[in-house]
Write a protein that binds this ligand. Sequence first.
Ligand SMILES: [Zn+2]
Length: 216
Amino acid sequence: MLLENLRKEVLEASLQLIRYGLVTLTGGNVSGRDPETGYIAITPSGMDYEGLAPEDIVIVDGDGNTVDGKWKASVDTRDHLYLYRHKPSLYGIIHTHSPYACSFAMLHQEIPCCSTTLANEVGGSVPVARYTPVAENAIGPAVMEVIGDKNACLLANHGVIAVGKSVRHALVAAVMLEDGAKVYHLAKCKGEPIPLEQAEIDKARNVFLYTYGQNQ
Ligand SMILES: [Zn+2]
């Protein structure tokens, strides 16, 4: 099977989204990019993740043409391709409608960086990309306007995009963003959360990038 491991990674991340409560039914999508061919493996459009097998993940080329797979690729495939084209460091992209983050997206409210979780995993406050209609290939350009070097942003009135140097990395960003959004919401119910200073955000970010975990 073409790009079997990448397909498995995409499928595993999709199942994790369900386990962590970040997607409902067929919502959201996951992709990973193969460094050698530049092909991307992406979830099929409108199918329950729990019934998928690795061969159900669709392989498309940089122009969005299906290279291998029997299903139609996600409706947001062109947005994933746009982001990969404009951010060559990316190898994984995840889109969700996770509820706590989404509630800020509906208010067009950036999530301030008041926790080391957001500093580590997103790289600071979580910006909001302007509203774009769904399935019109306009999400990619809107995300590029705000995401910078961060690992996630909100999509106004819609959801979340999380990105990373691997599918797993994008998954961690998506899960931790939702966790950070939830904790910020809880703190906001009790008072005014205190943002971290930029120097502290940078320090926390560097620990995550260069020290944390088992990477040497
Ligand atoms: Zn969506």
